[in-house]
Design a protein around this ligand. Structure first.
Ligand code: GAR
Length: 209
């Protein structure tokens, strides 16, 4: 059974997609042991409590230095002895100690087709604003392993979504979530939990059943 910590910052719709996947068994052999938020008011924490999952806030505001916050975050994750850290709308840049210690054991969902519209400064609604500004006709989401860079790790799954002529950042964000993020993140977790994924350099190889 794959033990997971899910790190969040906001509404937690991706967390909900994972919880639903476990409930309806599109995700098997995996469970969420803890949800950790840097933001005390994140609705994602409510979702966790509602499903009787430990909900913990580790906020940088409560620590004097970034190093102290980083240490507390790492200690909290370590305490749960998880196999996989899932970044589901987590807006914290993870400390290097964590990306090193949990190499190939952290995944992230990003709301674009990496390597487009990703990297430093590209998160949340901002991504969709930039997509519309540039006028691309197709966008989507990417689920990938996390390394020391920003959105640079091996790609597990991607799913494309059409940009429509009357899209606003908000309508596009919603469609990318529904059609892509909530589909590929649970799928990636299920593949990892069932031993279907191998990493070869910066490539993910899906193993046959
Ligand atoms: C999602 O769209 C996710 O892809 C994005 O934040 C949103 C969180 O929504 N993450 C990033 O931009 C990371 N670079 P949620 O809290 O409802 O899951």
């Amino acid at each position: 059974m794959l033990k997971m910590a899910v790190l969040v910052s906001g509404g937690g719709t991706n967390l909900q997609a994972i919880i639903d996947g476990i409930t309806n068994q599109t995700i098997t052999n995996a469970g969420i042991d803890v949800v950790i938020s840097n933001n005390r008011h994140a609705f994602a924490l409510e979702r966790a409590r509602k499903h009787k999952i430990d909900a913990v806030c580790v906020s940088p505001k409560e620590y004097e230095t970034r190093a102290a916050f980083n240490q507390a975050l790492l200690e909290t994750v370590d305490r749960y002895a998880v196999d996989l850290i899932v970044l589901a709308g987590c807006l914290v840049v993870l400390p290097e100690e964590m990306t090193e210690k949990y190499a190939n054991r952290i995944i992230n969902i990003h709301p674009s087709l990496i390597p487009a519209f990703c990297g430093k400064g590209f998160y949340g609604l901002k991504v969709h604003e930039e997509v519309l500004k540039r006028g691309v006709k197709v966008t989507g989401a990417t689920c990938h392993f996390v390394d020391a860079g920003t959105d640079t790790g091996p790609i597990i799954f991607q799913k494309a979504v059409d940009v429509l002529p009357d899209d606003t950042p908000e309508t596009l964000q919603k469609r990318v979530m529904k059609e892509a993020e909530w589909v590929i993140m649970p799928r990636a977790i299920n593949a990892i939990a069932n031993g279907k994924i191998e990493i070869s350099g910066n490539r993910v190889v899906l193993k046959e059943t």
